[in-house]
Design a protein around this ligand. Structure first.
Ligand SMILES: Nc1ncnc2c1ncn2[C@@H]1O[C@H](COP(=O)(O)OP(=O)(O)OP(=O)(O)O)[C@@H](O)[C@H]1O
Length: 305
C-alpha cells in the first residue's frame, strides 16, 4: 500500500484553557523509524495519544495507514507502548502479552505460540512465567515491547521506550527497534534522549511547546548551520577579538567560531591572525550533533514564544 504511514494535516489539542498542541502537521514515511523529539511537556505523548484516540483532539485532520485518524479497524493494526507503562505486578510476562493480544483481537488459537515467540525475541523466554513484581525495569520494558508487537502491527508507537533502562538495555532496545523496521513496520518513537534517536531514526521532528519547529532526516538537520572553529595559542588578543565581534563572530578565550556552510570566511581571519603574529593551534569544521540542533531549535523556539 502506498502513502505515508501517518499523515497529520492539522492537529490541535487544548486541555481546558491550555494549548498542548497548536496546529501540528507531520508526515511519517512507511517502513521508517520516526523520532519525535522534544523537551518534557512539549506535547509528544499528547500527540501520540491523540492519534490513538486515547485523548480527544480539539481538531484533527489526517490519515493513518490511508484511513482517517481514529478509524477503528485501523487502530487494530497499531502497537503501543505507553510512557511509564505499568502493568499489574501480579501478572506474569506471558499474561501481560496475552492480555494485549485479547484487546487487539488476536485469535486465541495463535496467542500462545505468538507469545512464546515474542518472549524469546525480547530475551525473556525464561522469565515469561514469572510475575512482573520480580522483574527489573529493563525486563518490564522488554515485556512492554513484546505486548506492543502482539498484533503484528503495521505501526508501533513507543513512548520513551528506554526511560529508566540501563545503557546495555538501551542498546538492546535500539536493536529491537531496528528489527521492527527490518520487518517492514513503521516505528514512531517519542523520546527526549537525542543521542539515542540520532542512532536509530530515519526522520525526526522536534516539538517544542506544542509546535513542530524542525523536521527532516538526522543528516539534513545536522548538516544545517555548520560552523568552523579556529583556536589560537593563548587567548585571542583584545583588539582582534573586538574587531571580530564587531563583524558578528563569536570569540571566547582562544576560540573563534565562524558560522558558515563553507570555509570562505575562515581565510581572511587566518590572514588577520597571521598578520598580527598570533599563532594558530587548530582549525576545524565542527560537526553538529542532533543535540546541538535540538538545543538551538528549542532556544530559538523559546525566543519566538
Ligand atoms: N490530562 C491533562 N490535563 C491537562 N494538561 C495536560 C494533560 N496531559 C498533559 N497535559 C499538559 O500538556 C502538556 C504536554 O504534555 P505531554 O505529556 O504531551 O508532553 P510530553 O512531551 O510527552 O512530555 P514528557 O516527556 O514529560 O511526558 C504538558 O504541559 C502537560 O502538563
Amino acid at each position: 500500500m502506498d502513502g505515508p504511514a501517518v499523515e497529520i494535516e492539522y492537529l490541535r489539542k487544548r486541555y481546558g484553557g491550555f494549548e498542548a498542541l497548536g496546529g501540528v502537521s507531520l508526515e511519517v514515511p512507511r517502513g521508517s523509524v520516526f523520532g519525535l523529539l522534544g523537551p518534557n511537556g512539549a506535547g509528544k505523548s499528547t500527540l501520540v495519544k491523540s492519534l490513538l484516540t486515547i485523548v480527544r483532539p480539539s481538531e484533527c485532520r489526517g490519515r493513518m495507514l490511508g484511513e482517517p485518524i481514529g478509524h477503528r479497524k485501523t487502530l487494530r493494526r497499531i502497537g503501543y507502548l505507553p510512557e511509564h507503562a505499568r502493568f499489574p505486578e501480579y501478572l506474569t510476562g506471558r499474561e501481560v502479552i496475552g492480555y494485549s493480544a485479547g484487546l487487539a483481537g488476536v485469535p486465541k488459537s495463535t496467542t500462545r505460540e505468538r507469545t512464546t515467540r515474542l518472549l524469546e525475541r525480547v530475551g525473556m523466554a525464561e522469565w515469561g512465567d514469572k510475575k512482573l513484581g520480580t522483574y527489573s525495569k529493563g525486563m518490564r520494558q522488554r515485556v512492554g515491547l513484546a505486548q506492543a508487537l502482539v498484533n503484528e502491527p503495521d505501526i508501533v508507537f513507543l513512548d520513551e521506550p528506554t526511560d529508566g533502562v540501563d545503557p546495555e538495555g538501551r542498546i538492546e532496545i535500539r536493536k529491537m527497534i531496528e528489527g521492527m523496521r527490518d520487518e517492514g513496520r513503521t516505528v514512531f518513537v517519542n523520546s527526549h534522549l537525542l543521542a539515542e534517536v540520532e542512532q536509530v531514526a530515519d526522520q525526526v521532528a522536534i516539538l517544542s511547546k506544542g509546535r513542530v519547529i524542525e523536521t527532516g532526516t538526522v543528516a539534513q538537520l545536522t548538516r544545517r548551520g555548520r560552523r568552523y572553529e579556529v583556536r589560537t595559542v593563548g587567548p585571542v588578543p583584545p583588539q582582534i577579538r573586538e574587531g571580530l565581534e564587531r563583524e558578528g563572530f563569536e570569540v571566547k578565550g582562544d576560540l573563534i567560531a565562524i558560522q558558515s556552510d563553507d570555509a570562505v570566511p575562515v581565510q581572511p581571519i587566518i590572514d588577520l591572525l597571521r598578520g598580527a603574529g598570533v599563532a594558530i593551534r587548530e582549525i576545524r569544521e565542527a560537526k553538529f550533533s542532533l543535540e546541538d540542533i535540538f538545543l538551538q531549535a528549542v532556544q530559538a523556539g523559546k525566543g519566538a514564544a
